[in-house]
Design a binder for this molecule. Sequence first.
Ligand SMILES: C[S@@+](CC[C@H](N)C(=O)[O-])C[C@H]1O[C@@H](n2cnc3c(N)ncnc32)[C@H](O)[C@@H]1O
Length: 262
Amino acid sequence: MTTDLTRRIQQSYQEVADACGIENARHQSFASANDAILLEKVLKNVESEGGRVLDLGCCGYPWVTNFLRNEGYEVVGTDVYKPTWYDKDLVGKLGVPLVAYDGHDLPFKAGSFDLVLMFGVLEHVGVWKTSEEKYRECNPEVTKHRRDVLDEVQRVLSDEGVLYITKFPNTHGRDKYLSKMINGDIGHLNSERARPEYLRDLIGESFEIRSFFADGLLPHRIPFDLPFSSVPNTYSKVDKLLSNAPLLKEFAQNYCVIATPR
Ligand SMILES: C[S@@+](CC[C@H](N)C(=O)[O-])C[C@H]1O[C@@H](n2cnc3c(N)ncnc32)[C@H](O)[C@@H]1O
């Protein structure tokens, strides 16, 4: 099932890439090989029939919003950053519902969603587009902004709703040590890293944490060209296993959290 899901995710990347005029969807997307596994886990919480989803921080490359729309979910994407989707007219070309917002007050009524996704977003809140901030410790002002965003998420989620956060970078993530050698990059820029306790405290204020795990011990992208439809699932499973093993998890790249409103 996950293999098929991976294929459909790839199709969504491609559709967005085609609409944007980008040649290689896989390299443009922020998605990693783990996303099919993660999405599958998340979607188990929400029926596609009537399931209302908010893709918060969908970016100029709204592959998740597009994917969920294709899957039959009632989905809307929102972000503070809108040049790509306006310039490329993604709403017109793909018909994906994208709504701009100010980064503080979500333009939706209370209880509007059954699932809110934050894929690689919370670590950018308060520091987006300020690269000089990139390795700064999470400061009180930034943390307050994140709390406000999470309060808004709590407001727009239904009582039984689910919040799913992925890719919050680990202060000690392997990119610091390995990625430069393997990938030739130093990982996630324009974002902050944190320890697991920071993220637990931040989310724990307004949400009950149901699951907290790590991923991304292995390189973010598979460094050679493999058929997308089969290998990434095995790769992701091995990655998740290693990422959550004692000791090794210290070096896993990201944290993922599934939470429900208190
Ligand atoms: C790495 S990109 C996210 C990528 C996208 N979710 C994906 O999976 O491809 C980070 C996004 O966080 C957004 N962001 C930053 N501050 C935000 C805020 N206060 N509220 C919502 N999104 C925010 C940025 O505009 C940016 O699009």
